[in-house]
Design a binder for this molecule. Structure first.
Ligand SMILES: N[C@@H](CCC[C@H](N)C(=O)O)C(=O)O
Length: 306
C-alpha cells in the first residue's frame, strides 16, 4: 500500500499525519510502529489520522496513535499540528481564526494566528478541565497515598522504585499523567544521572526511571511520567511518554504539570513550561479550563510504501 503523509511537529514532538477523510485506512500496530521507526521508517512519536467528525460543530476528528501502536485519548502538541494541517490545506479558513477539533477526549476549541501566506504559526487550545478524581488516576493506590480532602486527587504520593520512593501528583488531561517535582537534585542517588558530577533535570536518566514508572503496578493503563522543577519564572519539565519513551515536548504533560504545580502550592495558575524542545505557555483559567499556547511546524511531506 502507498500512503501520502505529512510530517509536522510541536516543539520537536513529531507526528506522521495521514489524510483519512475517506475513512478507508486502518493501520495495524506493526504498521504504525514501522512508520514511527527512526531507522526503518519515517520517524515520529506518533501517527495522526485526519478523519471526518460526527459532531456538526467540529471541523475534523483527530485519531491519535502512539509510536508503539497504542491509542491515546489526547495529544496537546498533536492537536496544534492538527490545526496547522487543516488551516494550511484550506480545510479550515485562515480568516476564521478559530475552529473546534474533535478528539477522543472530546471537542477542543482552538484559536490560531497565521503568517502573511495564511499558514498557521501559533495556536491556543482550550484543553478543557483537568480530571482529578481518583478513578481517572491509579486505581490501585499505595497504602500511603495522600489525597486532597476536597477533591480526592492524588498529590505528592510516594510510589516506591528500586531507587527509593518518588512523590507523584496525578492529573488527567483526558490522558493520564504522573508528575514528580524535584526541588533538590543532589538528594537523588548518583546512579539516576548520566553524569553524577552534574545532577540536574537535564542529566536525569529519564529512560530508566520514566520507563519504570510508566508501567508501574499502580498505573494499570500505564501513564505518562513527568519530572519537573519549579524555578523563579517558569516550570522546567522532562517527559517520558506512555507508548513512546522520552519526547522533546508534551502538550498534555505541560498542562498537567502546570495544574499539579498550582494544586500543590508550588506555582501560580499561569506559567511558561520549558521543555527540551522549547516553551509552552499554560494558563489554568478561573473557569477550570486549561489553555495551552504554542507553535506548530510542518517539516516535510512524502509518500511511503507499507
Ligand atoms: N505528546 C502528547 C501526548 C501523546 C499521548 C501520550 N503518549 C499518551 O499515551 O497519553 C502531547 O503533546 O500531549
Amino acid at each position: 500500500m502507498e500512503l501520502d503523509f505529512v510530517k509536522l511537529h510541536g516543539l520537536g514532538n513529531d507526528f506522521v499525519f495521514i489524510d483519512d477523510f475517506s475513512r478507508d485506512i486502518e493501520l495495524t500496530q506493526e504498521q504504525v510502529a514501522l512508520l514511527c521507526d527512526r531507522h526503518f521508517g519515517i520517524g515520529a512519536d506518533g501517527v495522526i489520522m485526519v478523519r471526518p467528525s460526527k459532531r456538526s460543530e467540529c471541523a475534523a476528528y483527530m485519531h491519535y496513535i502512539n509510536a508503539d501502536g497504542t491509542l491515546a485519548q489526547m495529544c496537546g502538541n498533536g492537536v496544534r499540528c492538527f490545526a496547522k494541517y487543516l488551516v494550511d490545506r484550506g480545510f479550515v479558513l485562515a480568516s476564521d481564526g478559530s475552529f473546534v477539533a474533535d478528539t477522543l477526549a472530546g471537542p477542543k476549541p482552538i484559536s490560531f494566528e497565521v503568517d502573511k501566506h495564511d499558514k498557521l504559526t501559533f495556536a491556543t487550545v482550550d484543553m478543557g478541565h483537568p480530571v482529578l478524581e481518583p478513578q481517572n488516576v491509579p486505581v490501585d493506590l499505595p497504602a500511603n497515598a495522600l489525597t486532597d480532602d476536597e477533591t480526592g486527587f492524588v498529590k505528592d504520593s510516594a510510589i516506591e522504585s528500586p531507587w527509593g520512593a518518588f512523590a507523584f501528583t496525578c492529573v488527567s488531561m483526558g490522558n493520564p499523567h504522573a508528575i514528580c517535582f524535584i526541588d533538590d537534585f543532589s538528594t537523588l542517588p548518583d546512579e539516576l544521572f548520566v553524569s553524577a558530577s552534574d545532577k540536574c533535570l537535564a542529566t536525569l536518566d529519564l529512560n530508566r526511571i520514566g520507563a519504570y514508572y510508566e508501567s508501574h503496578l499502580v498505573f494499570p493503563e500505564k501513564t505518562n511520567v513527568e519530572f519537573a522543577h519549579v524555578g523563579n519564572d517558569a516550570i522546567e519539565m522532562r517527559v517520558f511518554e506512555r507508548g513512546c519513551g522520552e519526547t522533546l515536548a508534551c502538550g498534555t504533560g505541560a498542562c498537567a504539570t502546570n495544574v499539579a504545580a498550582a494544586l500543590t502550592g508550588r506555582a501560580s495558575r499561569e506559567n511558561d513550561v520549558i521543555l527540551r524542545g522549547g516553551t509552552l505557555h499554560i494558563k489554568w483559567d478561573a473557569d477550570d479550563h486549561v489553555m495551552m499556547t504554542g507553535p506548530a511546524t510542518e517539516a516535510f511531506q512524502g509518500t511511503v510504501e507499507l
